[in-house]
Design a protein around this ligand. Structure first.
Ligand SMILES: Cc1ncc(COP(=O)(O)O)c(C=O)c1O
Length: 367
């Protein structure tokens, strides 16, 4: 008997595979595969979560009002122009579902975040990629791929997995070059880490244009990945559309409460930023000293390129690291088979990573 047939596009989806969290053996591992915050959640967020166990029979506030107000105060935004979601993943899917259908095109750069093509395919839309220049999104290449079917352009800024970013001026140029009926979705999941002077999260563009949206997450700097919490801001028309398509209770009660508490703990957020400011350059430098090509990153991870062949390629490095209890992320699904993406961990994890890769680069490969 054959299974029922899904809509066209669905069977082209290769399910997203998250970072591994365990390898064989019982020794503690350094999980550097999912760009999580090594410092974990704020103690205040944990306390807010704990307090809620007696309320688990209650539906959450369907409008996430308290959380939207807390975000609005922090970002100087209108709370009515914020939509919260079960991770920014959900918001990416909602955007595509609301604005693109069969035959429509969803454009992103070649090594952009994988959720964009997955969301496009599940809406029956066609994912289209534009080439990058040196693993960095290229405004002209993106603009040259726009057709009358293009509905959305997704840009992760900074991008996962490359770590590269577009400047505010480039973002502006991209917006100005796109037709007004094409939505620009700036996915600023790592904005809280991004410290370059010319970096721009897209917040002002989203505030000032009718067709630009900026997405954010609590999964990275705020360390709440398990709770699934993200948000976006856009013009009133888009917010209205998204509020129609989202589930009525799409953000759980614990996620809302922990989000509010996390935002109130600026000291914890700052500690996470300082940690990254210290260890991102350290890991980058140490790995470069080993002769590896480390791409500059504005996030909480680095993309590391390995030499081809001779037992020192990325696949061999991945196996070696896993045997040492360090878990990076393989990048074949992103079209970067020579690279591993490695998240910044706690100090001992970073040191363990560097020691393991030093061992890898100097050991005699099996032939
Ligand atoms: C660029 C980018 N956007 C969105 C997400 C999804 O985040 P969330 O956990 O909020 O769904 C990630 C997670 O890795 C990401 O790297």
């Amino acid at each position: 008997m054959s299974s029922p047939r899904p809509r066209p596009g669905i069977l082209e989806i290769v399910p997203y595979v998250g970072g591994k969290s365990a390898v064989g053996g019982s020794a503690p591992v350094a999980k550097l595969s999912s760009n999580e915050s090594p410092l974990g959640p704020s103690p205040r967020a944990m306390e807010a979560y704990r307090k809620l166990v007696v309320d688990l029979h209650r539906y959450p506030d369907g409008g996430s009002a308290q959380l939207r107000h807390a975000i609005a105060r922090r970002q100087n935004l209108d709370p009515e122009l914020i939509v919260c979601g079960a991770g920014s993943d959900e918001l990416i899917s909602l955007l595509v579902r609301a604005y693109a259908g069969p035959g429509d095109e969803v454009l992103y750069s070649r090594h952009g975040f994988l959720m964009y093509p997955l969301a496009a395919l599940s809406a029956g839309a066609v994912p289209v990629t534009a080439p990058e220049l040196g693993l960095r999104a290229d405004v002209d290449a993106l603009l040259s791929k726009v057709t009358s079917r293009t509905r959305l352009v997704f840009l992760a800024n900074p991008n996962n997995p490359t770590g590269s970013y577009l400047t505010g001026a480039e973002l502006q140029r991209l917006r100005e070059g796109l037709p007004t009926d094409v939505i620009l979705a700036v996915d600023a999941a790592y904005a809280e880490y991004a410290e370059a002077e010319d970096y721009d999260s897209g917040l002002d563009l989203a505030r000032s244009s009718p067709n630009t949206v900026m997405l954010r997450t609590f999964s990275k700097l705020y360390g709440l990945a398990a709770l699934r919490l993200g948000w976006l801001t856009a013009a009133p028309g888009m917010v209205d559309v998204l509020n129609r398509v989202r589930g009525p209770f799409n953000v759980s009660l614990p996620a809302q409460a922990a989000g509010v508490a996390a935002l109130a703990d600026e000291a914890h957020a700052e500690a996470a930023r300082v940690h990254n400011r210290t260890w991102l350059p350290w890991v980058s430098r140490e790995l470069a000293t080993l002769g590896l090509h480390v791409h500059p990153s504005l996030g909480n991870f680095v993309l590391v390129e390995f030499p081809k062949g001779a037992g020192r390629d990325a696949a061999a490095a991945n196996a070696y690291l896993e045997a040492e209890g360090v878990i990076p992320r393989q990048m074949g699904a992103y079209g970067l088979p020579d690279c591993l993406r490695i998240s910044i961990g706690l100090e001992p994890e970073n040191r363990r990573l560097v020691a393991a890769l030093a061992g890898f680069m100097t050991h005699r490969p099996h032939s």
